[in-house]
Design a binder for this molecule. Structure first.
Ligand code: AMP
Ligand code: ZN
Length: 464
């Protein structure tokens, strides 16, 4: 099934395909800045990317996808936090990297194949800056910093469609003391003892000691770990400008190659109608929600309940709904596992529409709707024994693509009892109460009682 994603650059839905002869799909996702806990808004982006990774593996093969996500461990925010706490930068970033990884694990996100840090790629960033200086795309400013000269790259603005005039307005708030033009951006920042503490490295040829700008880290790490042209670059919508626009300028000017063949930006998670963000302080972390008694899987489900191209308003009610929906999925998985028939069966197409919705621009609400409709189909048609094992494998594949880690259904209900219960439930839904009562008596004779809920039932052994 072809995977199509809306491409932010061409503004159309385009199929994803590997472009390298080795058939490996190269995929880069801008990672977190590790100076504080990642909030669940950040995790909306990472969980969306995790499903995308799983879908790509399904399409191209697990060994034909290379996924890289960086860790921003040096920038104004990380340095600011280290100064505030009076502790070394590396100590701060290690602590928050470990917390980020623990949360990723709890949310059942696959580890990217590489998770490079900015501080371990200073050489690569300096090389790239020198390359840009040699080619005339960058210049040394009076204070020893290095800036990218936007006027040297004619395609600047293609991704964000920003016009030169808007660019000047947007960037006018930035420090323009040393730049030739207000719209130029920093590739290398000269060391300022009052701001940077002891954070500094030797600079590019001719520049002062200092530290890299934020944008160059992604360009340099992509080149090192994925090559000059990648198949897909992703991030939250706030990164589109200026971060991704600047990455394109740096990489294409230095390498002389197309940088990314596809761009994908997911929308933000809101709380009370505004973007969840660390600077606004209006955020929840995964730990906050776990402390309130919600499971990480319910958080994952809730983050996946909206279309990633639309903003999603987060509420605690969405977590209640998510817990219920997951119970439903687990219940069906259990139902199928109990009734399994060892006879080999042709593959089930029952969940194809769920996968098709995922492949169509990650349409999660549609995919989840299709998943729950498939359950209605199973139930409506009773459970033809010969199809059960195929339905179960198809369901487990879908669960795996969504990345829901569900406790294994641990039911010891015999399949004959489940079959009777299903028949009775169908009869009750059809208002055939005589049949339903007869089946209840059969169940009781076999030692089981059936407790009816609004949308489901529970089977319990009768007390002797
Ligand atoms: P940061 O740690 O600020 O560098 O952000 C890490 C990732 O989270 C980036 O891809 C951001 O675009 C994304 N992000 C930030 N805030 C939100 C939000 N409220 N909802 C979804 N994604 C976000
Ligand atoms: Zn980036």
């Amino acid at each position: 099934m072809a995977i199509k994603l809306f491409d932010s650059l061409t503004r159309e839905l385009r199929e994803l395909k590997p472009s390298h002869p080795d058939g490996v799909f190269r995929f880069y996702n801008c990672g977190p800045t590790v100076y504080a806990p990642a909030h669940i808004g950040n995790f909306r982006t990472f969980v969306v990317n995790d499903v995308l990774r799983r879908l790509l593996e399904l399409e191209f093969g697990a060994d034909k996808v290379k996924h890289v996500r960086n860790l921003t461990d040096v920038d104004d925010r990380t340095i600011g936090q280290s100064k505030k706490e009076g502790r070394p930068l590396a100590e701060i970033t290690k602590k928050w990297t470990e917390k980020f990884w623990a949360d990723c694990k709890a949310l059942n996100c696959l580890d990217p194949h590489e998770q490079p840090t900015a501080t371990s790629h200073i050489r690569e960033q300096v090389d790239m800056i020198e390359c840009l200086m040699e080619k005339g795309n960058a210049y040394r400013a009076a204070d020893g910093s290095v800036y990218f000269k936007i006027s040297s790259f004619r395609e600047y603005g293609a991704l964000s469609r920003i016009k030169e005039r808007e660019l000047k307005i947007t960037n006018s708030a930035f420090d323009s003391d040393h730049k030739d033009s207000v719209s130029d951006f920093a590739l290398w920042k000269a060391y300022k003892p009052e701001d940077d503490g002891d954070v500094k490295w030797p600079g590019p040829r001719g520049a002062s000691e200092g530290r890299p700008g934020w944008h160059i880290e992604c360009s340099a790490m992509i080149k090192k770990h994925l090559g000059e042209t990648i198949d897909l670059h992703t991030g939250g919508v706030d990164l589109l400008f200026p971060h991704h626009e600047n990455e394109i300028a740096q990489s294409q000017c230095c390498n002389g190659q197309l940088f990314s063949r596809h761009w994908y930006h997911s929308e933000h998670l809101l709380v009370d109608g505004t973007t969840m963000s660390k600077s606004k302080g209006n955020y929840y972390t995964l730990s906050d929600l776990v402390e309130k008694g919600y499971s990480p899987m319910a958080v994952r489900y809730a983050l996946l309940s909206g279309h990633p191209k639309k903003q999603l308003n987060f509420t605690l009610k969405s977590l209640h709904d998510a817990e219920e929906a997951l119970t439903g999925i687990r219940w069906f998985q259990g139902l199928l596992s109990n009734a399994i028939d060892p006879t080999p069966a042709p593959p089930s197409d029952l969940f194809d529409s769920t996968l098709a919705a995922l492949c169509d621009d990650l349409n999660f609400p549609k995919a989840l709707g299709e998943l729950h409709s498939a359950f209605t189909v199973i139930r409506g048609g009773g459970l033809p024994k010969e199809k059960i094992s195929a339905h179960l494998s198809a369901l487990e594949l879908v669960i795996q693509v969504f990345g829901f880690k569900l406790e294994k259904p641990k039911s010891s209900i015999p399949s004959a009892i489940t079959a009777l219960a299903e028949k009775r439930w169908a009869a009750k839904q059809a208002k055939d109460f005589a049949t339903a009562d007869g089946l209840r008596r059969e169940l009781a004779a076999a030692g089981w009682s059936m407790l009816d809920g609004k949308t489901d039932y529970k089977l319990e052994p009768l007390k002797k």
